[in-house]
Design a protein around this ligand. Structure first.
Ligand code: A3P
Length: 320
């Protein structure tokens, strides 16, 4: 249920001790990261204390900004790579031997605005800026979501069962004793970063229905099936659609190839590099398929989660 405490988002740091607390998820960063429930969503306390406040008090969006949004473990890394490669292709053609994605992890090419950037760093990024966020739609600054802001939002949605399994296996790398049952119980209660997952997804889907020119809603599973058509749609939406000549020259397929799990996984930076948060880059690349949940969850667990999600989405018009 939503937190009973409401304040302007920029002032949330002052009420953190009053917000419901969840401490059972292992931390992926060097510091412990308890979650707090704020306006119906579970958000890392360190985000609420730092980046979230900054984003709501001093970040100034520009109409050309593109925000890549997702619930964690839903294809963020892939979306970052694709959007970056598409947007920056005039300076960095995908065929280039020293393309940034061959030397940097996608999370170094596109930063999370509530996690990695100060207001000054955000301001200094050259337009068109592309940044990412795990924040729910309702917790984004009004300056981004209001009619006429010009900002574009791309959301990637994933089957909750696969998002959960991916999340659990990611956490298990830092905390080997964390069990699927523990992760499952927390996830089903919505008690995970950005959770409840289905409400995170629902808000962006509803926004994409209301404002299709401003919010593009993509599905990870469909992207896997048809990466090229989704890349073209993404580029078109970001205002940098591919020309016929580019398509004929193989630019679209070169970007898909450059950003493929197989290619990114084998790059030195992604095999042995460590990112700013102290996480090994290799942890962002695993199987990258749809349906791997069935190798880790029992049918009973899947049914229980399906039921929770179905109940929560009833009457909304959205289904996974
Ligand atoms: P799995 O753990 O199911 O393999 P995020 O980037 O939001 O953290 O999501 C991580 C998930 O996306 C992982 O899923 C990971 O393997 C997958 N992934 C990462 N890079 C990808 C890519 N280039 N193409 C497809 N899937 C990718």
């Amino acid at each position: 249920s939503p937190s009973p405490v409401t304040v302007p988002h920029a002032k949330v740091a002052g009420i953190i001790p009053l917000l419901p607390l969840e401490t059972r998820w292992p931390s992926v960063t060097r510091d412990p990261s308890p979650l707090r429930q704020y306006n119906g969503f579970w958000i890392p306390e360190m985000i609420l204390k730092g980046g979230f406040t900054a984003v709501h008090s001093c970040f100034e969006p520009r109409p050309s900004d593109v925000f890549l949004s997702s619930f964690p473990k839903s294809g963020t890394t892939w979306l970052k790579a694709l959007a970056f490669a598409a947007l920056k292709r005039s300076t960095h053609p995908p065929f280039e031997g020293d393309h940034p994605l061959r030397h940097w992890n996608p999370h170094d090419c596109v930063k999370f605005f509530e996690l990695d950037l100060s207001a000054g760093e955000f301001e200094a990024l050259p337009s068109p800026r592309v940044v990412a966020t795990h924040l729910p739609y309702s917790l984004l600054p009004d300056s981004i979501t209001r009619e006429g802001s010009g900002c574009r939002i791309v959301y990637v949605c994933r089957d909750p069962r696969d998002a959960l399994v991916s999340f659990w296996l990611f956490m298990r790398k830092v905390s080997p004793s964390f069990t699927i049952q523990e992760a499952f119980d927390l996830f089903c209660q919505g008690r995970c970063t950005g959770g409840p997952q289905w409400l995170h997804v629902l808000q962006y889907w509803e926004a994409s229905v209301r404002r299709p020119d401003s919010v593009l809603f993509l599905r990870y599973e469909e992207m896997l099936r048809e990466p090229e058509s989704h890349l073209k749609k993404l580029a078109e939406f970001m205002g940098c659609g591919f020309s016929k000549e580019e398509e004929e020259a193989g630019v679209v397929s070169a970007i898909v190839e450059l950003c493929s799990l197989g290619k990114l996984k084998e790059m030195e930076v992604n095999r042995n590099g460590v990112n700013n948060w102290g996480t090994k880059n290799e942890t962002f690349f695993r199987k990258g398929v749809a349906g791997d949940w069935s190798n880790h969850m029992t049918p009973e667990m899947a049914q229980r989660l399906d039921r929770i999600v179905e109940d929560a989405l009833q009457g909304t018009g959205f289904t996974f």
